[in-house]
Design a protein around this ligand. Structure first.
Ligand code: KDG
Ligand code: MG
Length: 412
């Protein structure tokens, strides 16, 4: 059998998603996630205009060969657009292979290495009281790990911090225009690292006082610190025993983490914007990180991310796959199958999708008291309802831009 058709679906059930559909000549359908938040149409075009026709007639079973064909073949390699496009093809082919085998994908990847995947939730609040409420809510649902983000005195809205009560933050829809229509440019936020450095240790101290030592506490610094600031921060928060400190410095500067490592034992996670094993070469071989944050969707699919995680595993580094709502339910399912199968699983990020999104993507993964399981449906276990999807037109949206108090554009 061969690949008969390849098509790209762009839909916006509450937020934008790009999904690849591959159909084989014997009628098996595979789905792949190609969503790149804020740059969705570039991946849709890469797939539709440059990849789709090259796949028709190929043997759908040759997953590694197809991966190499798309990675090495076009000469231009790596980067988020290319690697998200390759990821979508790769996921769809694994979905097809597992459906044909009549097995959930994790069985083809070696079978389950654990009963379920420990996940972490996103709690945030503009002040400590709101943050504490949000954390309490997650603990009551059985979560054992929570990422905490909070407002900083003197600063306004901060990316990653909910301005609503309840602490639920969704990364993209907030950045459409206020009337829910297409945005024409990113919103801008203001940042001040000294204010943040002064504020955060007290937040962690209060969390430890209120929730004890058992709760796994994670924090995302969103690339906002310089190497020496990050070293100070990681050292200052050491007593609060974070599960991890994420993206403490701008990620493309791999050796920046040497300085952080020299000064603290706070575990470090990095890499949601990295796309290939080569982006991690120094980080991994010098043991500068503890967790790999890449998602299946942005790292060349199951095939690409497995290469990276196998390499990381040799150095005792574990997975912490990216799982915000801008990874679609298809991408989330792929992460769960891979995470269940590999030995060096660490933790899985989990931001549940909205009911609107889940009305379009039918999932079979399940949450139970702080753990997720991909389910035992053949393949990835997620279907896109194309009729339902057609009711939600693509709506342009942007992630915000960050500036320092004096107006300088800053990392985030
Ligand atoms: O699209 C950007 C988001 O996926 C990202 O900012 C989320 O930092 C994030 C996280 O840790 O989930
Ligand atoms: Mg992050």
């Amino acid at each position: 059998m061969t690949i008969e058709s390849v098509s790209v679906n762009v839909t916006s059930p509450g937020r934008n998603f790009v999904t690849l559909k591959i159909v084989t000549t014997d009628g098996v359908v595979g789905w792949g996630d190609a969503t790149l938040n804020g740059r969705e149409l570039s991946v849709a075009s890469y797939l539709q205009d440059h990849v789709a026709s090259t796949l028709v007639g190929r043997d759908e079973n040759r997953i590694e060969d197809t991966w190499q064909y798309l990675y090495r073949g076009p000469y231009w390699r790596r980067g988020p657009v290319t690697m998200a496009a390759i990821a979508a093809v790769d996921m769809a082919l694994w979905d097809i292979k597992a459906k044909k085998a009549g097995m959930p994908l994790y069985e083809l990847l070696g079978g389950a290495s654990r009963e379920g995947l420990r996940v972490y939730a996103h709690a945030s609040g503009t002040d400590y009281a709101a943050l504490k409420d949000a954390v309490t809510g997650y603990v009551e649902q059985g979560y054992t790990a929570v990422r905490v983000q909070t407002g900083v005195p003197g600063l306004g809205q901060i990316y990653g911090v909910s301005s609503n009560t309840g602490g639920k933050y969704d990364y993209e829809p907030a950045k459409r225009a206020a009337d829910g229509r297409a945005a024409i440019a990113p919103s801008e936020e203001t940042w001040d690292t000294p204010a943040y450095l002064a504020h955060m240790p007290g937040v962690f101290a209060s969390l430890r006082e209120d929730f004890g030592s058992g709760l796994r506490i994670l924090h995302d610094a969103h690339h906002r610190m310089s190497p020496i600031e990050a070293a100070q921060f990681a050292k200052d928060v050491e007593p609060y025993k974070l599960f991890w400190l994420e993206d403490c410095t701008p990620v493309e500067d791999q050796t920046a983490l040497r300085l952080v490592r020299q000064h603290s034992t706070t575990p470090l996670a990095i890499g949601e914007v990295l796309n290939s094993v080569y982006d991690y070469q120094t980080l991994i071989t010098e043991r500068l990180i503890d967790y790999v944050r890449s998602s299946v969707t942005h790292t060349g699919g199951v095939t690409g991310l497995k290469k990276l995680l196998d390499f990381a595993g040799i150095y005792g580094i574990r997975s912490g796959m990216h799982g915000p709502t801008d990874v679609s339910p298809v991408g989330m399912a792929a992460a769960l199958h891979l995470g269940l199968a590999i030995h060096n699983f660490g933790i899985q990020e989990y931001m549940p999708h909205s009911e609107t999104t889940l009305g379009v993507f039918r999932t079979s993964y399940a949450f139970d008291r702080g753990f997720l399981h991909p389910g035992d449906a053949p393949g990835l276990g997620v279907d896109l309802d194309e009729d339902a999807a057609s009711a939600f037109e693509y709506t342009k949206a942007y992630l915000p831009v960050n500036r320092l108090m004096d107006g300088t554009v800053h990392d985030w």
